[in-house]
Structure formats: C-alpha cells, structure tokens
Design a protein around this ligand. Sequence first.
Ligand code: PHE
Length: 460
Amino acid sequence: MAADRSKFSNKFGFIAAAAGSAVGLGNIWKFPFEVGNGGGSAFLIVYLVFCFVLCYPILVTEIAIGRKSQKSAAMAFKPLGHPRWSIVGILGVFCGVLILSFYNIVAGWVLGYFVEMLLGNFDIGKNFGTYIQDIAEVGGYTIAFLIATTYIVSMGVTKGIEKASKLLMPVLLAIIIILTIYAFTLDGASEGIHFYLVPDFSKLNLNVIYRALGQSFFSLSLGLGAMMTYGSYLSSKENIASAGVYITLADVGIAFLAGLMIFPFVFSQGLTPEGGAGLIFITMPGIFETMGPTLGVVIGSLFFLLLAFAALTSTISLMELPVAYMVDKHKIKRKKAVWYSAGIIFLLGIPSMLGNGYSEYFTSFITYVGAEKPVNFMDFVTDVASNTLLPFGGLMVSIFAIYAWKRQKLFKELSVGNPNFTKTFLSRYIAFSLKYICPPILGIIFIITVLEIFFGVKIL
Ligand code: PHE
C-alpha cells in the first residue's frame, strides 16, 4: 500500500469532489433533453428508480474497491487478489477517455455561450446550429476548457481537485436555486411543471428505459471506475455508505432541480421540450432576452457560468482516470501524464466536433440496423460509451463484488469508518440489490439493447 498516496482532507472534501464529479453537464444539459425526448415524467420516474435501486449500491461498491485497493480503476482489482478483473478497470479508463472527448466539446460550447451572454448576444440561441459548426471558435473554447481541466488535475488531489470542488459546488447550488425561483414566476411555468411531474406511462418503451439507465450511470459517474479512483484517495476514517447517500442525493437533487428550472423556461417561451442536444442552448438565450438587457446579461451569464463550473468538476474526474492509470501503472509523473491525456482527448474529440454539421461524414456517421435516420459521431459515442458500456461496467462491478471479492470482504471494507454497518438497513439493501437486482436487470437490459439497437433484432 502506498503510504504517500494523496488523500482528500476530510469527508466534506471527498463528498464535494465525488458529488462534483457526479453533478455536471449530465444533470443540467443532458438530463432535461433526455426527459424531453423520453416523454417527461415517465423518464424521470424510471431514472429515479435506477439511481436509487441500482446505482447507489454500485456507487458504494466502487468507492469501497478503490479505498481497499488504494489504486485507481485499472489497477484496483489486482491488490484485491483478482488480477483478471483488471480488464473491467481498463475498459473503464477507455470509456472515460471516450466520454471526455465529447464532453469537453459541449463544455466548450458552454464557455462560448458564457462569453456571448456577457456580450448580450441573445440571438446566439437561434443560431446554435451554425455556431457549433464554427470550428475555429468552438475549437478555441474547447482547448481553453481542456487546459483548465488539465491545470487543475496537474495540481493533484488535495490542492487541485478538492479545492476546486469545495469552492465551485456551493456556488453552483446557489445559482441554480435562484434561477429555479425565477422560473416559477413566469407565465407558462405550471405547464412546464405539469409536463415534468405528471406521469404519462404510455410514453414508456425500451428506448426510454435504455436511455434512463444510461443517464443514471452517466449522471452518477458510475461504471467506469471514476468513483473507484476517488475512493482510493479516501481516508479509512470515513463512512462510505453515508457518503454514498449524500452523493446520490446531491446528484439526483440537482438533476431534479435542473428540470424544475428548465421546463417552466421552455414552456413560457412556447417552445417544445423535444429540442435534443441543443435544448438549453437554443431555448435559454431567448428567455434571457425577455428579461431585458441588464438582467438578461446577468442571469444569462450566471447560468452558463454555472454550467461551466458543473462541467469542470466532472471533467477533472474523467481526466483523473487516464492520469491515475499512467501514474499508478507506468510511473509517469502526474504533470506529464495530464498533458499526454489532454492531447489524446483533444484528438479523439475532433470527429465529434466535426460531426455537428461541418463534416457530412461525421454528421451522418452511422445508421443503426433498422433505424430510419443516421446518428452523428457524438451520439454514436454516447450510445456506445455512456448508454451501453457504463451499465455494462456496473454489471461487472456487481458480479465482481458478490461472486469474486465476496460480500464478506465488501462488508468488511464498508465497516471501516462505520463499525455498525452490518447492523444497518443499508447493508441489507446493498447486499440484496447487488445480488438479486443489479445482475439480472443490467444483464437483461444490456443484451436486449445491444441486440435491438445495434443489430436490429426485434425482441420486445
Ligand atoms: N457525471 C457527470 C455528469 O453528469 C459525467 C461523468 C460521467 C463524469 C462519468 C465522470 C464519469 O455530467
């Protein structure tokens, strides 16, 4: 065990960093458009069930694996006596790099929009489609964002990741609460809330379930070892089960608030919630415009600043995956490892950047068997990495915990810093879910969706 391994300074530091990883563009950019496409509240309910029933137990397990092994994702299985399982961690690192390659581009749009709002250019919303094809501009902001991430990660765990998260997370919460209160005062707010909160189960289908599952894993940063890596920096004084509860509640709570904020905005403008990936970028500037030139600039720039903060605490956890891998496995210096990672991530992101209209090839990248329309490169990477591989990673973690590592050892680790753990309800809940719920549900959904979506085999 490396005695000199960096550590978060206390429980709040860890929760801020882990919640910072969880709360990101996934909550404020992706969640609302997934809800919009998935028929509103039906999607919301399935997502919530997945978060609490499947994701919470997997979150706790990932943190425990990381803390026990004192190693990042790809290296964590070996010290626990199961070197063959390292493949799950390596797949996770690969997945993290893929996700960051496109995530970083959306973060670049956010940064660009922040500047446009400061300049009072509210027309940018109508011009979203052309804006994202402006490769020089989007590329510039993407590089700027990547450099910010790289800089923080290069500062290390306590001085970089923890410090940034402790500062940014409370600010983010404050901004989102102010905007939600404002949204509630608008005409049309009740229509938005109705769409968001009154369930219409006729909208449920396999695709909605598949997306809600991917969203729950993406949103909680699960299935790729990000939480394992953060867990490896957690001290043995801390109670993992309760930290997991806070992280889950923070993540779900902020996604829920983001919905409460955005749908009143969308409906008050007479717009439709099915705006796809552009939803917030298209609708929000128009809303800020109606606030008048001064207030519009203030609220509009605050909003995109909030998104940029949320994104930054997530991109640092994604970048920590390849960096910790290089540091732990290849003994490369952290400062070098971050720049190598940044280079790879930037290059891999180029097709996603070009696939928003600039290059026809990457824009109509692939048509799934039986589908009517092609999807662009970014959507394809999202389907493969976040909607399919993350739940698959979660499936592997649950199987590992119960059948390879075994419940006793997991519980022993969860009792460190929480001596009464085995007597609590949470322990029974976690054990039950990991054994009886996660493997069958994740396994079945994985098989069905891979066959249906990628190979066009009709099962349901
Ligand atoms: N959870 C982050 C978000 O919601 C994204 C993320 C996924 C971060 C996986 C780390 C690992 O934006």
